[in-house]
Design a protein around this ligand. Structure first.
Ligand code: SAH
Length: 261
């Protein structure tokens, strides 16, 4: 986009000039600091066309380039408008290669992690999936693009309500969101072909293992704060087998009283 290019050029010139002209740096900070960039997104500076170009780049540079090959996942990541799930003042960064704050000390995961976890679930169109940690609702939307039914649980009522609103506005009808403690799963709709957990408990939750269908997979970060492993748990003939994929850093899974699981 022209505006961004002009900005980069200006920045390059300033970097060169700064030692001689500190006042120019002050002007630069006043007008072009990240707050200004964030506001650009609000001020119609960024069109839907710009967002969809960012999304296409995100999929090719962050997702396909890092080895995600499942065509259903790629298609969903190309389709779902991530910028509709992030707070307005972060929209400029919606397709950037990192997590973003969504309020209440929570984050929307990095796009690559969303794609990787979804691929690890190996979903089919006919599958029913449980998600723990609705957050912004973005991961739920990706799942809803791929499979038959999505059930998502969020412990913070305000986040659950906001996510429900966004998902409804975008027209998703094959998903249910509820406020509650996801550690316990959602017995009413169990068993699930896939379970994806986007907050980290220190131990594998027993109820979720039970609610996994025969042949199903659970993708879950497990471990202490800042030191977790992404685990894939598979159920075959009633027996669970566990594979560690990569080290990850998720927000902790919380109990209703706010303590960490
Ligand atoms: N999947 C989300 C990212 C969520 S971040 C997205 O796409 O935006 C993790 C979320 O897990 C937070 O919103 C947090 O409130 C929620 N969470 C933490 N503990 C939980 C629990 N016990 N049950 C359900 N949700 C929980």
């Amino acid at each position: 986009m022209l505006k961004t290019k002009i900005l980069c050029l200006f920045y390059q010139i300033l970097r060169y000039k700064i030692p001689q002209t500190p006042w120019l740096f002050v002007i630069f900070l006043a007008f072009f600091h990240p707050g200004y960039l964030m506001n650009l997104a609000n001020a119609q500076g960024l069109s839907e066309k710009w967002f969809s170009e960012q999304r296409r780049r995100m999929v090719s540079n962050q997702i396909i380039a890092r080895g995600v090959t499942d065509s259903l996942v790629i298609k969903a990541m190309l389709k779902v408008e991530r910028h509709k799930f992030v707070p307005a003042n972060y929209r400029y960064f919606a397709y950037a290669d990192h997590p973003l704050p969504i309020g209440y000390n929570q984050t929307i995961s990095q796009p690559y992690i969303v794609a990787l976890m979804t691929e690890l679930l190996q979903l089919k169109k006919s599958d029913r999936v449980l998600e723990i940690g609705t957050g912004s609702g973005y991961q739920a939307a990706i799942l809803a693009e791929i499979c038959q039914a999505v059930y998502s649980i969020e412990i913070i009522p305000e986040l659950a309500r906001q996510a429900e609103k966004t998902l409804k506005e975008l027209g998703y009808q094959n998903l249910k969101v509820k406020v509650g403690d996801g550690y316990k799963g959602w017995q009413e709709f169990a068993p699930f072909d896939g379970i994806i957990v986007t907050c980290a408990p220190t131990r594998m939750p027993e109820p979720l293992q039970q609610q996994l269908a025969e042949g199903g997979r659970m993708v879950i970060p497990v471990g202490e704060t800042h030191n977790q492993e992404l685990i894939v748990l598979t159920k075959k003939k009633g027996k669970l087998s566990r594979t560690a994929v990569i080290p990850v850093r998720f927000v902790p899974m919380l109990r209703e009283d706010g303590r960490i699981y």
